[in-house]
Write a protein that binds this ligand. Sequence first.
Ligand SMILES: Cc1ncc(COP(=O)(O)O)c(C=O)c1O
Length: 401
Amino acid sequence: MSCPELAVLGGTPLFEKPVPVGQLYFPEWEKYEAAMRGIFQRQYYTNQGPLTQELEQRLQERLQVRHVICVVNATIGLMMAADALGLRGKVIVPAYTFIATAQSLSWTGSEPLFCDVDPITHQLDPECVERLLEEHGAEVSAILAVNLWGDACRQDRLAELARKYAVRLYYDSAHGFGCELDGKPLGGAGDLEVFSFHATKVLSAAEGGCICTNDDELAARLRNIRSSYGAGPARQVLRTSNGRMSEAQAAVALLSLESFDSILARNEAMFHAYRQGLEGIQGVRLLTPASVSKTNYQYVVCEIDERAFGLNRNELQQVLSAENVVARRYFYPGLHRFVPYADQFPDASARLPVTEYLCERVLQLPIGQMVDAEGAGRIAAAIRMAGACAESIRRKLREAA
Ligand SMILES: Cc1ncc(COP(=O)(O)O)c(C=O)c1O
């Protein structure tokens, strides 16, 4: 590849149609049709139907947990979790995460206390957690940690802190399905974990998610909250919701689960193609999930250092967009800069240097069903060329602005 071949400098785009970041698994049509035919024959759309029950059973076995409670999406799962845990006051959450992590607290009247993350792994920084626990004392009722990017937090250290300060600990594991820590699947840590089965996740229900816990009482509370005092032993809860997963969602999730090993193998091949293709490019750091013993390659996350690469992250995003590669600034901005938090916590930026740094540098590249290893290699080659042609690209972008 040479400079003029880059689409931003007048060449032909690498891809004919936009290639998104996410996974977007679609089952084979015949299998999907058969699953839907079953739903029609049973005349049973929702309310803890046979497919949802089967999915919960399979997930319990796979994740080695006592209870799996399937839900309509992970955001509702996180809201139900905050309610079932009886959270009040402040909850420590990373500022570098998806907005739903913090918003789930607002629905139940508690408020986020933003914490910084580790600069190498991007996971919640336990030293920052401890500082906040010391500073805010009894106002804090829980730590909501996020297992980010197909990697995991320092769970042992967080568990120690939760014990020492007598607060609840639970996990947003929206990115974590299929990952293992010390050879054990994510799912059984803390009081509970919440997974997402959104279309962009490695296990897809189109929309969906589940809550995992080994705590029988918590599971009973969650089942009552999910389903307006529905299935299982009745419990007095503060409020109920409708977090039920439909049979159509469960059908897609079961098919996705059937193909899960091949989905992961495909992701792994793509990740290696990126690693090879990006190796040695000055100013591009590809994150490799290193805390887990097995990752799901949910995301391809790069940090772009403008001084070494020649272009900043936003400029590289424009270069890739011209190639029809929809790279994303995930997460941007940090949660502390979102409405309504920016007004609530005007001084937060100074306390979150790593989050601030990452929000300006991180770029996600496509992985999943809409690209393959060969495509990943071509994207990496375009990035290499962008670095080599940085000066002319910058000139071109400035002319166009
Ligand atoms: C870290 C994190 N938490 C929660 C969610 C919300 O998941 P859902 O879309 O299933 O509600 C997402 C979605 O991408 C996420 O990235």
